[in-house]
Design a protein. Structure first.
Lengths: 114, 417, 997
């Protein structure tokens, strides 16, 4: 169970209080009716599905109820940071300790020798 | 290939099993292949097998970054059924079911397909309406699926609690008798052996790091950790990692990868005769030949490539299992694990050509890919060989989200795969 | 007497405290504190089980949780039978009933043992190569046989009457394991004031101190020090000490699952106590002090009862006071086993010989052995053993061959060295690394805030372990801001430092393909099986594991994995780390489902939601149905009525007189703010600007992809205030959907959303007499048609309490929906009922509601639509604002396939035979005579007997349905084909006059 810092409550709370809500920083176009089918497909259906650092939305459903954004590593499931909705993508390099390498999947790690 | 049979086993028994040859070899990659399949799971190995067997293409490599069968093929709860609602889904899953029936004989490898029956529990009127719709549609599609009363359901699966006092009492069930289970590893190994026997190269520990294209945009080959390998055609069959690979060809996919967990109990003597699924309480269960209860659940809520998930998913699944089968509360969880499932917006797979000439993709099976293995591999081989889909997989395009021609089993049925 | 093999003066149990238990029908004596294993051994019972595949006789291998062989059934009563219990963990209680497993008819004579004779046939993976002919025989013959032979214990067949509980806990430092390392770490941490939890899987803390009597710490005998330290810790307010508690799973962000066995060791547990307790601990830091597990030696027939780990024999002697034999042999590659021989020798047991595969054992132990007069055969191997149900001799030969010399023994103690328990570390997603020098996998790169100390970290020396652990305890506490006023100091000493250890097949396992040198006892995996797997092309350790089933038994390879890996590496000619470890997965040891579930059963499995009027409806005889978490009144049968009769009566009564219906489960959202109408314009397909305060409108909501998501009536209470209703099932997700758009896409809009589903009780009063029923109860609202037309809303009072009164109808009759604050619901319901009943009105349930709305062609989203239906498909295009520049779904709705011809459209269906009621979900075809698979053009979404129409009615989704009005279609059923005519969707009062009555 993940531990998630709600940027509105300013508290770390258990994953049980939250709902993940898909990718962040995908703004709903304001010219909906002018979009081509391809543009609409790209907006609504296509996803980067990043292996590594991803920007995603969470809602503190059983808490303050607010949607917010998170930067999380989808390989280690570690949160790098969370931030309020509407804010731009944070500068991750400043937050991420340079020494901390992405942890690979189990199957890849286990044969590593000293 | 030396044929497997009871006589072969008996002969080997006399000489300490010294005579068995390798089921597949580990060749060095050639410079170029007619077809490269990325991903040596059941679907990928099966694709290579059917390309060789049915389309006469044998200059094939199946590249696998880890060990063959080590992805979702070796991590799933092995449920097989074909009682899907829409003609398109019913078509591909029943194609698979028909192939399952003969697969052991076809591969000369006992994949232990066991038609023990898959029973889906109905807990309320909405479930009943949905299941009846399936049953009627299945019947007219020539697919077996029948309605059982709670008493009939209990007769078919004695551990089931059908008391009216349960939190979600059962008001019936849909049973597909041809549904059942198979031995997941044997499917990968059986296809690997049969494909290798027909000349297919299975190259493990070979990770694809790039897709190279000709000036005209067509696929040229793959970069790997073992060097560049040319290919006339490339099929991506990489489940949870599809997006990562397709991105190498600048194709964005309508996919999100989620962790999916499962668990087994300690082994016990036979107690559970079939497969039972419940979508209302979110759980499914069967008993393996070794005696373990094999239990699965829904995905974790966030996208992940970690092959692990939260304990709360496991406990919630067991809550549901023990509501349905209270006699199992003293059983013990022996092992739990996770896989990565790739889910499309309509939860139906994509088996199709891509915008890149010579590049094909088979993905999006979500939580239900194992059951489709032979059918999916068979029509995907057809698609690669002919550069055109088989009529069974023609609806499962990459473009259907653009046009809106979805195959939305989940929306139509609220039924998990 | 508590067993003939109990050595007077040995062990820590109290001779006076006895208990009796039954094993396979025979009664035995035990001492309090015994495990089933120690008690059986005290009574000379070595044969306790049969192996999985070959049904070989098996004894007790270990003294702990790693036990692969000694699995027993423990029964308290019919409902409390526990299979697959490790005899080495289960504590004996007075009256305990134990049965052996996987044997028939008896443990000493097991018919299944024929498998052992057939074992040449049953090589690893043989079943993949046969049982394929004839095809049907797999399901009907082979598989049932295999299944019957497999499995171990027997599943319970009755509902468990024990209960379980759960705790969530937070701490600064969680210490896993309470041996020397864990206790030292916990002590150092505790003294800083940090919140500490320390758990240990055994009944008493101490870990290796159970057997290593030579240890002293701060002048106390090790085990005594451990108990004193635990007692000291337990008294500190900031510390929780949890014995009998296994850390089974290490999840993300230092979330660790523990199970505590609360009553499993008690003869007559207080039934108020839980059997087990699940702890879910979130720790700032975790200290892993899980020790190491001894490995057995791999040689021919190394599985006979009486052959056990050397440390286990030491535990049985030094802790339980039990000698595991009278004449013992030792086969080792490691110094630690010598100490077992020394302890037994000093206790008066004959040590026949120590066989050491090494040429050069540790000098100190060798000297001590000589001093004690024990024969040591260095550079020798045990190449064979004998003894049917218990080992009776070992054959010993010089390494490299030669004839064996037979030595009579009745127990053989083995040790191939120690495997650090990196399970928890690895589960935490740390990377293990292979240390070539000590030939062990050790913690390498950490992924979470944890530290490994002691044997699980590869630290061998006692004082080094203590110091490393004290430092870890301090360091982890400091990280949480705690510091100690003074350093904790501990001085330890022990007898010998250990050298040696090996992995894989020992001398005596041979390269032979017929020798049974067991690696995985429970699953009967031998060295030759690993070699066969490699020969068959299985080069990945995962393939080898799966092909041979090595490490897949209930012990999950705690003894076997390293041996299997070493043999695979040797066969492949690769270094061990190049072959790789299999994945460590939770749980560390098996965990009871009941503990994981704990309170989540029955009523607490999922909350039941009841409306405010539930009790009244129950009193009125309602039968309820489950709708999501809700219980809804389904119908109200009167004496002698079945469902059909009750529903027919209710349907007639509502249209002839009136009926009252509990609509409280509908979702309700209060949408407030200056931009409320603008917000709804974006969320719904309809336009809301033109809706005047006091009026209502039916609204359709889409997903962005253009398909119908939800529907409901929205009332405008004021310019800036809307009362939105949703479907019962959609309430929560619609609220989330609205919040999502409001917060993230339209944050410029000044709007607040409040869920009000449970704040309002809703009573629908429908029918020609509806107005007459409520009129005398209502204050401040003119109910006349002119003042209060259909689709209006007013605020006023009813029965003296505030109400939002809606003039609306889901029946096609004159109707009102009375919204009152939930607490007033029952009183208002009762008052309305008091007026309604004498007029001949009825209470009606969801079934009647469904029929009445179907008679009018009103759809139910989720039944008549299914997530693939557009507003136009459902004949609702009138509700889509054509001039709106934007709303959620506007673009999705315009995709080519959503506007294509031939889409399935909602229509009415009338069976040619008016008495026939179609089955909901039945499929529709144009040509009933076609062959399978048929071309289906639609399905029946709603179908009922309509007493008001005097015939059956149905709604259906039919391809191109609106163009097929009047056409005949067919519904093929298993026993017949039903002809139907396509009609419009309104079956009663087509002009719609009644609604304005």
């Amino acid at each position: 169970m993940l531990l998630i810092y709600c940027p509105y409550c300013e508290e770390e709370r258990s994953e049980l209080e939250f709902r993940q809500a898909g990718d962040a920083h995908i703004a709903r176009p304001t010219n909906m009716t002018e979009m081509t089918d391809e543009e609409f497909e790209a907006f609504f259906f296509l996803r980067d599905n990043v292996k590594g650092l991803t920007y995603e939305r969470w809602r503190h459903l059983n808490g303050c109820g607010r949607f917010f954004n998170a930067a999380r590593d989808t390989v280690s499931d570690k949160f790098v940071t969370t931030y309020k909705a509407g804010l731009p993508k944070p500068d991750i390099s400043a937050l991420r300790p340079a020494t901390e390498a992405t942890v690979e999947t189990y199957e890849a790690t286990e044969s590593n020798a000293k | 290939m030396r044929k497997y049979s009871v006589f072969a086993v008996a002969r080997e028994a006399m000489r300490g099993h010294r005579g068995w040859e390798a089921q597949w070899t580990s060749p060095e990659p050639r410079k170029e292949y007619d077809v490269i399949i990325i991903g040596a799971g059941g679907h990928g190995l099966g694709t290579a097998y059917y390309l060789a067997k049915e389309h006469g293409i044998t200059n094939i490599a199946v590249l696998e970054k880890g060990w063959l069968g080590g992805g979702n093929t070796g991590r799933n709860t092995t449920i097989i059924r074909s009682n899907y609602l829409y003609d398109e889904s019913a078509g591909i899953y029943d194609h698979a079911l028909k192939l399952w029936d003969d697969l052991s004989q076809d591969l000369n490898y006992n994949v232990m397909y066991s038609a023990r029956g898959v029973m889906m529990l109905s807990h309320n009127i909405h479930d009943q309406q949905v299941f009846k719709r399936h049953i009627h549609a299945n019947r007219l599609n020539g697919i077996d699926n029948e309605w059982l009363t709670p008493e009939q359901a209990k007769e078919f699966c004695p551990p089931l609690d059908i008391s009216r006092t349960a939190r979600y009492p059962i008001n019936g069930a849909a049973l597909q008798r041809r549904g059942g289970t198979a031995r997941h590893d044997a499917v990968a190994w059986g296809y690997a052996r049969a494909a290798a026997d027909r000349g297919v190269h299975i190259i493990q520990n070979c990770e694809v790091t790039g897709l190279r294209r000709h000036a005209n945009g067509a696929i040229a080959g793959v970069e790997t950790n073992r060097g560049y390998i040319g290919a006339k055609k490339v099929g991506v069959v990489a489940a949870g990692h599809t997006s990562v690979l397709m991105e190498m060809a600048e194709v964005r996919m309508p996919l999100v990868s989620y962790p999916l967990q499962a668990l087994v109990s300690e082994p016990v003597k036979p107690i559970f005769p079939c497969v039972v699924m419940s979508n209302t309480v979110h759980a499914y269960i069967s008993q393996s030949d070794k005696g373990e209860l094999v239990i699965g659940a829904g995905t974790d809520q966030y996208s992940s490539y970690s092959q692990t998930g939260g304990l709360q998913i496991i406990t919630h699944t067991l809550d549901a299992i023990c509501e349905l089968f209270p006699i199992f509360r003293r059983m013990k969880m022996m092992r739990s694990w996770g896989g990565i499932v790739d889910v499309t917006p309509d939860r139906s797979p994509i088996l199709a050509k891509t915008p890149v000439p010579g590049l094909y993709v088979n993905c999006g099976w979500g939580t239900g890919g194992f059951k489709a293995t032979p059918g999916s591999a068979n029509v995907f081989a057809h698609t690669i060989a002919n550069d055109a889909p088989h009529k069974i997989n023609a609806p499962f395009t990459l473009e259907r989200f653009r046009s809106g021609r979805l195959i939305d089993e989940a929306a139509a049925a609220a039924v998990a795969h | 007497m508590s067993g003939a093999n109990r050595i007077p003066g040995a062990g820590r149990l109290t001779p006076a405290k006895t208990a009796r238990f039954v094993f396979d029908g025979k009664s035995y004596a035990a001492l309090e504190g015994d495990t089933a294993a120690s008690a059986l051994l005290a009574n000379g019972v070595h044969l306790v089980g049969r192996s999985f595949k070959y049904h070989r006789p098996r004894g007790i291998v270990s003294a702990g949780a790693e036990e692969p062989n000694a699995l027993i059934g423990v029964e308290r009563d019919a409902a409390r039978k526990q299979p697959n219990v490790r005899a080495t963990v289960q504590e004996v209680f007075d009256g305990m009933k134990v049965i052996s497993q996987n044997r028939w008819p008896s443990l000493s004579f097991d018919v299944g043992a024929v498998n052992n004779l057939l074992s040449p046939f049953f090589a690893a993976g043989f079943y993949y190569k046969t049982f394929m002919w004839p095809k049907q025989a797999w399901k009907h013959v082979y598989e049932p046989q295999i299944r019957a032979a497999a499995g171990l214990g027997v599943s319970p067949t009755e509902d468990d009457t024990d209960h379980y509980s759960s705790r969530y806990a937070h701490c600064d430092v969680l210490v896993i394991g309470a041996g020397v390392a864990g206790l030292s770490a916990a002590l150092a941490a505790a003294k800083t004031g940090a919140r500490v939890i320390i758990c240990d899987e055994q009944a008493e803390v101490g870990g290796a101190l159970h057997y290593d009597k030579s240890v002293t710490i701060n002048g106390l005998e090790g085990f005594t020090w451990a108990q004193a330290t635990a007692a000291e810790l337990a008294q500190m307010e900031n510390v929780t000490v949890l014995p009998r508690t296994t850390a089974f799973g290490y999840y993300a962000q230092n979330f660790v699952g523990l199970t505590e066995r609360v009553t499993e060791h008690l003869a007559k547990p207080d039934r108020k106590l839980p059997r087990e307790r699940l702890w879910q601990v979130r720790a700032k830091r975790v200290i892993i002090a899980t020790g190491a597990i001894e490995r057995h030696m791999v040689f021919a027939n190394n599985d006979r009862p009486g052959i056990m780990l050397a440390s286990a024999a030491r535990t049985f002697l030094n802790h339980f006071g039990v000698a595991v034999g009278k004449k013992i042999g030792v086969y080792t590659a490691n110094d630690s086993a010598y100490e077992a021989a020394f302890d037994l020798k000093r206790a008066g047991i004959t040590v026949a010989a120590i066989v050491d595969s090494r040429e050069k054992p540790g000098e100190a132990v060798l000297a001590e052995a000589r001093k004690l007069g024990i024969e040591v055969l260095t550079g020798h191997a045990v190449i064979e053993t004998a003894g049917k149900l218990r080992v009776s001799s070992m054959s010993v030969a010089r390494n490299g061959g030669g004839r064996g010399r037979s030595i009579a023994i009745d127990a053989l103690l083995v040790s191939a060295g120690w495997t650090p328990s990196v399970h928890m570390f690895s589960q935490s997603r740390g990377k293990v690394a292979y240390d070539f020098e000590s030939q062990r996998f050790l913690p390498g790169t950490y992924a979470q805030d944890c530290l490994s100390v002691g044997a699980c970290n590869g630290t061998n020396d006692l004082q080094a372990t203590i110091e490393e652990s004290l430092a870890a305890g301090e360091l982890t506490s400091n990280a949480s801001g705690f510091t100690a006023s003074q350093k904790t100091e501990l001085q330890g000493s022990n007898a010998f430092a250990w050298t040696g250890g090996m992995a894989g097949a020992a001398e005596g396992a041979g390269p032979d393909t017929t020798v049974k040198a067991f690696i995985d006892f429970q699953n009967d995996v031998c060295a030759k099986d690993i070699r066969l797997a490699v020969r068959e092309g299985m080069h990945s350790i995962e393939h080898i594991k799966r092909f041979t089933t090595n490490g897949m038994a209930t012990d999950q390879g705690k003894l076997s994995n390293i041996h299997g890996l070493a043999i695979a590496a040797e066969t492949l000619g690769r270094e061990i780390p190049k072959v790789g470890l299999t994945t460590f997965r939770a749980p560390y040891t098996p965990v009871t489902f009941g503990a994981l579930i704990n309170h989540s059963r029955g009523e607490l499995f999922d909350p039941t939601r009841k409306t405010p009027m539930h009790a009244l409806e129950e009193a009125q005889g309602a039968v309820f149905e489950d709708v999501g978490q809700w219980k809804r009144a389904w119908y109200y049968p009167r004496a002698g009525e079945d469902m059909h009769q009750a529903v027919n009566r209710e349907c007639k009564t509502v249209r002839d007189v009136a009926g009252i219906f509990d609509a409280s489960t509908l979702g309700k959202i209060e949408v407030v703010g200056p931009d409320a109408a603008q917000f709804l314009n974006l969320i719904y397909t309809n336009s809301w600007d033109t809706l005047k305060p006091g009026r209502c409108r039916y609204g359709i909501m889409l997903r962005e992809d253009g398909f119908v998501y939800d529907d409901g009536v929205v009332g405008r209470m004021a310019e800036d205030r809307f009362h939105v209703t949703t479907t019962t099932g959609g309430a929560a997700r619609v609220m989330n959907h609205m919040e999502d758009y409001l917060q993230t896409e339209f944050p410029h809009l000044n709007v607040w959303l409040t869920s009000a589903t449970e704040q309002w009780a809703v009573i629908a009063v429908q029918g020609p007499k509806a107005r007459e029923i409520i009129a005398p109860l209502v204050e401040g609202i003119d109910l006349s048609n002119e003042a209060f037309p259909h689709m209006s809303v007013r605020e006023g009072k009813i029965c003296g309490v505030p109400t939002r009164l809606f003039r609306m109808s889901f029946t096609g009759e004159t109707g009102f929906e009375v919204n009152v604050p939930a607490d007033f619901g029952p009183a208002v319901w009762a008052a309305i009922w008091e007026r309604a009943e004498p007029m001949g009105a009825c209470a009606y349930g969801t079934e009647t509601m469904h029929i009445l709305r179907a008679e009018k062609g009103y759809i139910i989203v989720g039944q008549d639509t299914d997530g693939t239906v557009t507003p136009d498909d459902a004949s609702l295009s009138w509700a889509v604002g054509k001039k709106k520049p934007d709303f959620v779904g506007i673009r999705g709705l315009r995709r080519p396939d959503l506007v294509a011809d031939g889409r399935k459209q909602l229509v009415g269906l009338l069976t040619k035979d008016p008495k026939l009621v179609l089955e909901e979900g039945a499929q529709i075809v144009a040509d009933p005579n076609q062959a399978l698979p048929m071309t289906m053009i639609g399905h029946v979404t709603s179908s009922y007997w309509s007493e008001n129409c005097g015939r059956s009615i149905a709604l259906a989704l039919v391809a191109g349905g609106k163009a097929k009005l009047g056409e005949t279609l067919y519904v093929p059923m298993p026993d017949r084909t039903i002809a139907v005519e396509v009609s419009d969707m309104v079956f009663i009062d087509k002009e719609g006059g009644r609604i304005n009555g």
